[in-house]
Design a binder for this molecule. Structure first.
Ligand SMILES: *[C@@H]1O[C@H](CO)[C@@H](O)[C@H](O)[C@H]1NC(C)=O
Ligand SMILES: *[C@@H]1O[C@H](CO)[C@@H](O)[C@H](O)[C@H]1NC(C)=O
Ligand SMILES: *[C@@H]1O[C@H](CO)[C@@H](O)[C@H](O)[C@H]1NC(C)=O
Ligand SMILES: *[C@@H]1O[C@H](CO)[C@@H](O)[C@H](O)[C@H]1NC(C)=O
Ligand SMILES: *[C@@H]1O[C@H](CO)[C@@H](O)[C@H](O)[C@H]1NC(C)=O
Ligand SMILES: *[C@@H]1O[C@H](CO)[C@@H](O)[C@H](O)[C@H]1NC(C)=O
Ligand SMILES: *[C@@H]1O[C@H](CO)[C@@H](O)[C@H](O)[C@H]1NC(C)=O
Ligand SMILES: *[C@@H]1O[C@H](CO)[C@@H](O)[C@H](O)[C@H]1NC(C)=O
Ligand SMILES: *[C@@H]1O[C@H](CO)[C@@H](O)[C@H](O)[C@H]1NC(C)=O
Ligand SMILES: *[C@@H]1O[C@H](CO)[C@@H](O)[C@H](O)[C@H]1NC(C)=O
Ligand SMILES: *[C@@H]1O[C@H](CO)[C@@H](O)[C@H](O)[C@H]1NC(C)=O
Ligand SMILES: *[C@@H]1O[C@H](CO)[C@@H](O)[C@H](O)[C@H]1NC(C)=O
Length: 420
């Protein structure tokens, strides 16, 4: 009875909205066949909100989209505050929709696919340049595709399509990224958070037009809009505890160490950190990157750390968890400020919406390189033994120009992207 009512709502003719009712009639039938009746009622519920109408109009416009479609069990498990506000529900739904054709994209962890979603509520998404939030997924050793760094592990339990819509049926409703403060318990960042709480920086608050000292923790929690933070895990912080304690009385040295864990003004996801470009830390020092058969690495000063958990998403940036503290007390204020101003102008430059995996050209050049390098890579990986850090063998060449050219051709002529 309830579904019958919702179905008739979903099928009601539209004059005011730019939604394609033929498309939705077909979609409702496809979702019904897949047993996704709760999702149908969710689409009807959000149709009363501006965000919901926009998203529904987008997905019915004929272009390719990827829809993460929570099954009925998933909806029955969500906390009631997800569904009590229809505007929150519309935001959550928008986080499940990724423009672009991802039907043949597949990455094996730690290689990760990131797509830019339709979730861009300015009240809750605070990335630089008002960029929409992203979602990250990869296939793990269990051969299942998992949405990464979610509080409740969400896996793709089946896939189907309707027209140009690829539907990944997932067993948990995706949770939108939460503040650093709410992300800590699930990501072993307690010790580094304590360090971030122990130091202050001068922060300009544009809403009050005042400058004052805030803790690094508060700045990363809610202050900064757009950053990449390399966060040492608890073991790493404990291993450097005495060195950090020794610096604690020296504000400029201690702050330099913290600034040298961050890139200011730009949110860089793991596929962008493969070595083809260096970035300047908020302390003005050079970050360089490397990815090889053992894992993905970040180097700053004399320290190289392994990225042990990439792409922990925040409303206002991204964290990559690393296995060492980057103990560099050097700083270069003018390099830092020029890096910030180029990041800021890049962020404010008009951006067309992203419809391919983030870092796609890099990822697919790697993919193309991989097929030729595969046999030697797997030989190298097996002879070098187990990686010991949980990062499976990558085994590819990050700088294969032929692969890059193949990638560009694939974008122009293919429309269907394959990343193995
Ligand atoms: C949204 O509401 C409009 C107007 O009532 C209706 O025409 C349209 O079919 C609805 N769309 C969905 C997906 O429920
Ligand atoms: C509406 O959607 C249907 C089914 O997807 C499609 O065949 C039709 O061309 C679309 N109409 C418009 C006006 O886009
Ligand atoms: C799917 O998208 C392509 C363009 O990417 C378009 O030409 C085609 O008409 C779309 N198909 C449907 C069913 O909307
Ligand atoms: C629901 O409430 C929990 C706990 O109070 C909170 O952490 C979470 O962010 C809320 N979620 C939504 C979508 O409001
Ligand atoms: C997956 O979907 C196919 C058809 O789309 C269906 O036959 C199959 O039963 C589904 N599998 C599961 C586990 O739901
Ligand atoms: C911010 O405060 C300064 C003085 O501290 C003042 O000169 C400036 O006009 C203020 N800006 C705004 C936007 O209110
Ligand atoms: C570091 O050492 C201090 C002093 O011994 C101790 O209070 C603190 O808990 C330690 N911090 C960590 C993260 O181990
Ligand atoms: C990055 O920096 C390192 C060390 O400073 C340098 O050797 C390397 O050539 C730089 N790489 C790029 C892509 O600029
Ligand atoms: C980033 O730049 C802003 C100025 O836009 C500054 O207030 C902030 O302290 C900087 N953050 C870091 C981590 O350096
Ligand atoms: C990958 O690079 C790291 C850091 O430079 C190095 O320690 C490791 O041995 C390299 N692994 C392979 C397989 O080359
Ligand atoms: C890096 O190593 C060099 C040579 O050992 C040393 O002079 C320099 O101070 C070190 N830099 C840092 C940031 O530790
Ligand atoms: C990551 O991707 C590269 C090339 O795209 C491939 O060689 C490598 O095997 C992949 N790693 C895993 C774990 O699949």
């Amino acid at each position: 009875m309830r579904y019958a009512t919702l179905l008739s709502l979903a099928l009601a003719p539209s004059a005011a909205l730019a939604q394609n009712s033929t498309f939705f009639a077909g979609l409702v039938s496809a979702l019904t066949n897949a047993g996704l009746t709760q999702l149908i009622s969710v689409t009807s519920m959000i149709n009363g909100t501006a965000t919901g109408q926009e998203v529904l109009s987008d997905i019915s416009n004929g272009s390719p989209y990827l829809l993460f479609a929570p099954n009925n069990d998933a909806w029955s498990n969500v906390p009631s505050n997800f569904t009590s506000s229809v505007t929150t529900l519309a935001d959550i739904f928008s986080y499940h929709v990724v423009p672009g054709n991802f039907s043949n994209v597949r990455t094996n962890y730690p290689n990760i696919t990131l797509g830019q979603t339709l979730y861009n509520d300015s009240a809750t998404v605070h990335l630089e340049g008002n960029k929409p939030q992203v979602v990250a997924w990869a296939t793990r050793n269990d051969s299942m595709t998992h949405v990464l760094n979610q509080k409740n592990d969400s896996t793709v339990v089946n896939t189907t399509t309707f027209g140009n819509l690829t539907i990944f049926i997932v067993n948990q409703v995706l949770q939108v990224p939460e503040d650093l403060e709410d992300t800590i318990p699930t990501n072993s960042l307690d010790a580094f958070s304590t360090v971030l709480e122990s130091a202050t920086l001068s922060f300009y608050n544009s809403s009050t037009n005042t400058t004052g000292d805030v803790t690094f923790f508060d700045a990363f929690n809610t202050g900064f809009h757009g950053f990449t933070l390399f966060s040492p895990d608890d073991a790493a912080v404990n291993a450097s505890n005495s060195t950090l304690a020794g610096l604690a009385g020296n504000r400029s040295a201690f702050n330099a160490v913290l600034f040298n864990h961050a890139i200011n003004g730009t949110t860089l996801y793991s596929p962008l950190l493969t070595g083809s470009q260096n970035y300047t830390s908020a302390g003005g020092e050079t970050f360089s990157f490397k990815i090889n058969g053992t894992g993905q690495y970040v180097t700053l000063g004399n320290t190289t750390a392994t990225i042990v958990q990439p792409d922990v998403l925040l409303p206002n940036g991204v964290i990559h968890i690393i296995d060492r503290v980057l103990l560099d007390t050097d700083s270069d204020a003018s390099a830092a400020s020029s890096a910030l101003s180029s990041a800021t102008s890049a962020a404010t430059a008009s951006q067309s919406s992203q419809t391919a995996p983030i870092g796609f050209s890099i990822t697919s050049s790697l993919a193309a390189a991989a097929s030729s390098a595969a046999s030697s890579a797997s030989a190298a990986a097996s002879s070098s033994g187990s990686s010991g850090n949980g990062a499976a063998a990558l085994g590819f060449n990050a700088h294969n120009l032929l692969g890059m050219a193949v990638a560009v051709v694939a974008v122009v002529f293919g429309g269907i992207i394959t990343v193995f």
